[in-house]
Design a protein around this ligand. Structure first.
Ligand code: ATP
Length: 242
């Protein structure tokens, strides 16, 4: 079953069209990675899916409902959560307060303060600490925990590795794999291609706001993805694998 259906989606930053006519179908429980060079439009696409950035054309259907014009908090209430690039925590609030912010989505389910702390035990001694005082890896755990607190069905993860040590990145991915249920659909942006191949089932390559290739990770090679990444394929035809 498709949980997400995107058709002809466009988003602008002023006059710049950052997302151009994106079509995307994502199945429930799928792990999809968006890859592309800096400025390809990945963050803008995730923010548009989350309702933080307004779509200028096209449609987004979530669970069969047209959510294109819904603001972010209403999408969160339906089960769409974004872990933003740079984590965007409230630095002068405690870890607990940062996590509890997500309760405003008013979604019930497995995730609450206790289960998040159980899943990210490194946060237990830090619950009263200010988020700004935490290490990068701990902050990322809070950002993911905050999104999980909304009990999302679709989790959008933007460059979780940014600014983290390799050990912290590994920790974040290990936690993510163990805490996210089979039914949660994931769309992630990740610069590390090896990690993308290890974690995702399908890759969508973006270039200058458009999808230029997509395919299953077990049917594409890193070299093929790299070629699309930099636009070396020299074709405007979207390449589909499988
Ligand atoms: P990165 O990996 O660098 O985050 P990206 O693939 O996520 O890149 P976006 O951040 O979505 O790409 O940027 C897409 C385009 O929109 C780029 O040309 C970028 O310069 C532009 N852009 C992004 N944010 C803004 C903004 N707030 N104001 C103006 N232009 C923006």
């Amino acid at each position: 079953m498709n949980v997400l259906r995107v058709r002809g989606l466009e988003s602008h930053h002023g006059l710049l069209k950052a997302v151009r006519g994106i079509n995307l179908d994502v199945q429930e429980g799928e792990r999809l990675a968006l890859v592309g060079a800096n400025g390809a439009g990945k963050t803008t696409l995730l923010r548009t899916l989350a309702g933080i950035h307004r779509a200028s054309a096209g449609s987004v259907e979530f669970d069969g409902a047209n959510v294109t014009t819904l603001p972010a908090h209403q999408r969160a209430a339906l089960g769409i959560a974004l872990v933003p690039e740079g984590r965007r925590l409230f630095a002068s609030m405690t870890v607990t307060e940062n996590l509890q912010v997500a309760r405003s989505a008013k979604r019930t389910g497995y995730w609450n303060l206790d289960t998040v702390v159980e899943a990210f035990p490194q946060l237990k001694p830090k619950l009263r600490a200010l988020a700004g005082s935490l290490s990068g890896g701990q902050q990322q755990a809070v950002a993911i925990g905050r999104a999980l607190m909304t009990n999302p069905r679709l989790l959008l993860l933007d460059e979780m590795s940014l600014g983290l040590s390799p050990v912290a990145v590994q920790g974040v991915y290990d936690s993510l794999s163990s805490v996210v249920s089979q039914k949660t659909t994931l769309i992630l942006v990740e610069q590390d291609l090896q990690r993308t191949f290890d974690f995702a089932q399908r890759i969508v390559c973006m270039l200058e706001g458009s999808v230029v290739a997509e395919g299953r990770t077990d049917e594409m090679t890193r070299d093929e993805v790299m070629a699309h990444y930099f636009g070396h394929r020299g074709s405007n035809e979207k390449k589909e694998y499988a």
